[in-house]
Design a protein around this ligand. Sequence first.
Ligand code: MG
Length: 213
Amino acid sequence: MQDLLIDLDNTVYPEDSNIFAQIDLKMKSFIAKNLNVSLDEAFKIQKKYFVNNGTTLRGLMLYHNIQPEMFLNYVHEIDLTSIKKNEELSDELKKYKGKKIIFTNGSDKHAKKVLKQIGLDKTIDHIFDIIKADYIPKPDISTYQKVIKEYSLDPDKTIMIDDLPNNLKTAKELGIKTVLIKKDFFNSKTHNYIDIICANLLDTIRKINKGII
Ligand SMILES: [Mg+2]
């Protein structure tokens, strides 16, 4: 039996739910307010830190002494009603007996709200969030080592599912099997650290339950 590390945003719900787009806008307005810059400038800062530091929050903590709780509470105050209940996914996950762990760069509070909205709050065993990661985001290898230790995972018997190829690269380095939730623009041939590509999480869990993955 393998254990599952499952990303949250754009993985447990589809990208077109427009949830991350709202978070993206909230991050921009947070930066504009707190760093006293224009929205255009804020957007540049946001993306620069995301690329260079793994998350925007990490850059804000390192270079502007931003309190993480304040940031997380602000950016996760969004409308989740576009996320639909997903009973098929819930049923499929219930059948799976390995550990089911949400592994997210977001907060525990946000993850719980999202899981409740989909109907997965009683199906997921654990949430390993950015606070448990000491605010060091995926794809930093130290965070993967923490999650492995916390739940006594064996990397050779673990599958990680994420919509961002970079997050899977680190997983593969540790010997974890990797599943990418496909985005349209993505060309699989350029990334040899991705074992399997699936259309969505339901498709992934079905394949795991059938023993295909
Ligand atoms: Mg994601």
